[in-house]
Write a protein that binds this ligand. Sequence first.
Ligand code: XMP
Length: 318
Amino acid sequence: DWTPNAFVEETVAELKEKLGNDKVVLGLSGGVDSSVAAMLLHKAIGKNLYCIFVNNGLLRKNEFSSVLQQYEGMGLNVKGVDASARFLEALAGESDPEKKRKAIGRVFIEVFDDEAHQIKDVTWLAQGTIYPDVIESVSATGGPSATIKSHHNVGGLPDFMKLKIVEPLKALFKDEVRRVGASMGMDKQLLGRHPFPGPGLAIRILGDITAEKVRILQEVDAIFIDGLRQWDLYDKVWQAGAILLPVNSVGVMGDERTYEKVVALRAVESTDGMTADWVDLPYKFLQKVSNDIINKVKGVNRVVYDISSKPPATIEWE
Ligand code: XMP
């Protein structure tokens, strides 16, 4: 019978045997898979695992610093690289969803390659690939591994792609990954995190991206997600987030009319992201969150809740 403890013991032994004194580089995304992969490798080879955590400027509010701190607290040899400005620059003026994804993928590869080059004599690239990523051509799990995979089609491999690949979670499903993480004593909140797309808030800002729009959406998203936690709803939802719509709507403040942004809130139940149902969050909760958003986030005067299921609607809006 499969048990997480036995898996950890066997995998760590295998990794030790396979990697010896070699150096390994791994891209951390803040998500469950790359974090658990990192912990396993850390147990096996310690400081010879070089983790890189890239801030693309499209993460949730405060996520880069808080997750980086958490990784350091776990004892990982991790380097945080803030490349926000580079990503924003590459995205400037771009509204097409696929071009936005490509631009983010390209900059990620460039930044990661630059960092990997600074690690002397590195010979392995570790990835947090899990079984569903192996059997599906398109990864829905997000993070660096998805980005690296889609780059295969572009041609002209960066140097780090010539490294040997090690994927310790390749045979596991998501729930097994979480159990493996728990058996290594990893933080429950980290292991229970909702999936988050690799391109991050870029695909939740419909249309072109500016630093100001990112800031607005981070504020809105934080109120929504913190609210879900406070109301004990976070773990009942598979994925949640906010979308900044490319329309303004009229509102009134005092005796002035305003013309400001509309945000949509989305929360879904799902098992694998392939199909999904919208969650009937309590009206009282939606009322509170909507009031908080409109009162606290300058530039937003209207909140709507997405009641579409997948199919035919997708989870993301673009
Ligand atoms: P959709 O919108 O297709 O999303 O119903 C299904 C799952 O995939 C995530 N998603 C992405 N993940 N890069 C990613 O790494 C992407 O470009 C991307 N687009 C969607 C989405 O968040 C959901 O979990």
